[in-house]
Write a protein that binds this ligand. Structure first.
Ligand code: ASP
Ligand code: MG
Length: 426
């Protein structure tokens, strides 16, 4: 069986941790598995290197001026971790070889600091496996079609791991981190929050897009497209002590959903939202289109969009944008409104969006009603709402975020295993 494992920065944050990971890898090898191991940079290395670049250049965002050199700099972090882990595994008596993203032939586009993977060739990784070696691959990096060193954006090692698992048709892909898996909500804020046993890729992407930090959304997307099951689990629990065969962590999978029960998966909050309300607008598609185009041209990403009509026949539009883009968005909209006959704009910052995620809500009556009842009873006022086929998202004042998450988590009884999981347990 071919296993791809990925270890995050905290999992390899010290010499002791690297030795512990080496032991875990060696154990998997002893069980007879072929292994490709992807590593992140140790601890806060990536942040520290970024700070160093800021100090040297005097720039807050050195990547804007020096994207190529930032990639040269940051890829060193993963390279260090890969070499050290390889030595530690060899000290355990197993053959291992490390590779940079470039050596592993992870081919990306030319977009420095946020490159996208075009193709994973992994020829040398396959060779190492054929030689009976454990292959250690530096995460978060690749080589561009112009043969430049690139990085995949923050958190990109998850993407490296899932892309390798897809390319090598691995039997399993394990993402090791410092938490026990994907939680129904943040356990520090929601009593009763628990590890989700199984959920679908779509649900995980929705959770990640809504602020769940545990996995990189892009990695889950690749897993979805290539049918890679991904298990998220902690590298800090002693497997030897764990119950053999007991389900561990969270499995992200395509497997069939539970048939009937109302299956909701989790609640994910994301702060830093602003709402813009535009009133007294000339009615018609043209108005919205021109406004949305103006925002797009100015690089403002719009989240929720709602429109309504007043008794006076004028139109009202409400939209949400990231808080840091609010004043720019307001300016852009003001300018765009002028030739359209004008209108008023009111901006409100300090909002959070709370997503209730779950495959089971499609076509099921009462989900909205239950969510609103829970929020009303908790005294949380909803300022906006949007839906997808697997989520309901409400906009609430940021200072009520925790109460809102708790209320929804409680109302849908997400603290209970089984019925709440997105996929039938097996
Ligand atoms: N080291 C990189 C980061 O901190 C990539 C990763 O850890 O996935 O973002
Ligand atoms: Mg990470």
């Amino acid at each position: 069986m071919l296993l791809v494992q990925k270890y995050g920065g905290s999992s390899v944050g010290s010499p002791e941790r690297i030795r512990a990971v080496a032991k875990r890898v060696a154990n998997a090898r002893r069980r007879g598995h072929d292994l490709v191991v992807v590593v992140s940079a140790m601890g806060d290395t990536t942040d520290d290197l970024t700070t160093l670049a800021s100090l040297v250049t005097g720039r807050e965002r050195p990547q804007d001026e020096h994207p190529r050199e930032m990639d040269m700099l940051l890829t060193a972090g993963e390279r260090i971790a890969a070499a050290l882990l390889t030595m530690a595994i060899r000290e355990q008596g197993f053959e291992a070889r490390s590779f940079t993203g470039s050596q592993a032939a992870i081919i990306t586009d030319t977009n420095h600091t946020a490159a996208r993977i075009r193709e994973v060739k992994a020829g040398r990784v396959r060779e190492a496996l054929d030689d009976g070696c454990i292959a250690i691959v530096a995460g978060f990096q690749g080589v561009s079609t112009e043969r430049e060193i690139t990085t995949l954006g923050r958190g990109g090692s998850d993407t490296t791991a899932v892309a390798l698992a897809a390319a090598l048709k691995a039997d399993a892909c394990e993402i090791y981190t410092d938490v026990d898996g994907v939680y129904t909500a943040d356990p520090r804020r929601v009593p009763g929050a628990r590890v989700i046993r199984t959920l679908t890729h779509a649900e995980m992407m929705e959770m990640a897009a809504n602020g769940a930090q545990v996995m990189h959304g892009r990695a889950v997307d690749i897993g979805d497209r290539f049918g890679v099951d991904i298990r998220v689990l902690s590298s800090f629990v002693d497997d030897d002590a764990a119950d053999e065969g007991a389900p561990r962590g969270t499995l992200i999978t395509h497997r069939t959903q539970a048939m009937e029960e109302l299956v909701l998966t989790g609640v994910a909050p994301k702060g830093g939202q602003a709402k813009l309300v535009l009133r007294g607008l000339a009615p018609g598609m043209r108005t919205q289109t021109v406004l949305l185009e103006a925002l797009a041209e100015n690089g403002v990403s719009v989240d929720m969009v709602n429109e309504s009509f007043g008794g006076d026949g004028r139109m009202q539009i409400q939209l949400t944008v990231p808080e840091e883009a609010a004043s720019r968005a307001e300016e852009v909209l003001r300018a765009a409104l002028e030739p359209l006959g004008g209108g008023e704009i009111a901006a409100q910052t300090g909002l959070s969006r709370i997503a209730l995620v779950g495959n089971g809500m499609t076509g099921r009556p009462g989900v909205y009603a239950k969510a609103y009842r829970a929020l009303l009873d908790a005294g949380v006022e909803v300022q906006g709402v949007s839906t997808s086929s697997i989520s309901i998202t409400v906009l609430v004042p940021a200072e009520r975020e925790t109460e809102a998450v708790q209320a929804l988590h409680g109302a849908f009884r997400l603290e209970q295993t089984g019925a709440a999981d997105g996929v039938a347990e097996r």
